[in-house]
Design a protein around this ligand. Structure first.
Ligand code: SAH
Length: 198
């Protein structure tokens, strides 16, 4: 049976900001940008209000950001305009990226993989494969099984299993995902995976 999908737009129209919508890029992606790894044609899958996509654009990448939530995309576009940055922000389904007619060198996934249930997870990985060029890299930041807070526990083995066919998981590093404070907590244990497409 298909699992019901959350109303993502409602998480952006709620009175309080979504817990992940921190108004700045995730430090893990700032480090990657500093290392010069967010380059070429970049897709931010499930970009939310666009901070990581805007970070990559500010470092010279040619960036597309997609999200299923129109409110998030409207905010991302407004930020790009305010900051004088060019990013294509579009409402689109991360489970059907092939229909974008896009090929990219690099994918940013900041908290998207971990929202999908088991069926959608396989679809998502296939969808990424449809847009990422051969030898392109996906940088994936997800909540890990080492944490106590949050919706989904993803283990390193889950990541390896999801990307077992047609991908090389080059590294899975323990790091943190910053959030708006929940009971005084501002960081969640996370994995940063570097995954190369064959
Ligand atoms: N990357 C952003 C948002 C992470 S939260 C950040 O780091 O702030 C997960 C995001 O995935 C939400 O913005 C949600 O709207 C989006 N999302 C969930 N399912 C999606 C789908 N099928 N297609 C595109 N975006 C999706």
């Amino acid at each position: 049976m298909e699992q019901a999908r959350p109303d993502w737009d409602a998480t952006y129209t709620a009175y309080t900001p979504a817990q992940w919508d921190i108004g700045r890029p995730q430090p893990a992606f700032v480090r990657l940008a500093d290392e010069g790894r967010l380059t070429g044609r970049v897709l931010d899958a499930g970009c939310g209000t666009g901070e990581n996509a805007l970070l990559a654009a500010s470092r010279g990448a040619d960036v597309t950001g997609i999200d299923v939530a129109p409110t998030a995309i409207a905010r991302a576009r407004a930020k790009a305009c305010d900051r004088g940055l060019t990013v294509r922000f579009e409402v689109a389904d991360a489970l059907d990226l092939g229909c974008l007619g896009l090929t990219v060198d690099t994918v940013i996934d900041s908290g998207a993989f971990h929202v999908f249930g088991d069926d959608d997870r396989a679809r998502y990985v296939a969808s990424l494969a449809a847009v990422l060029r051969s030898a392109g890299v996906c940088y994936l930041l997800c909540f890990s099984d080492r944490r106590s807070w949050g919706p989904r526990r993803v283990s390193a083995d889950d990541l390896r299993a999801a990307f077992s066919d047609g991908w090389a998981v080059e590294s899975i590093t323990a790091c943190t995902f910053e959030i708006n404070p929940v009971d005084g907590t501002t960081r969640v244990q996370a994995w940063l995976a570097t995954i190369r497409r064959y």
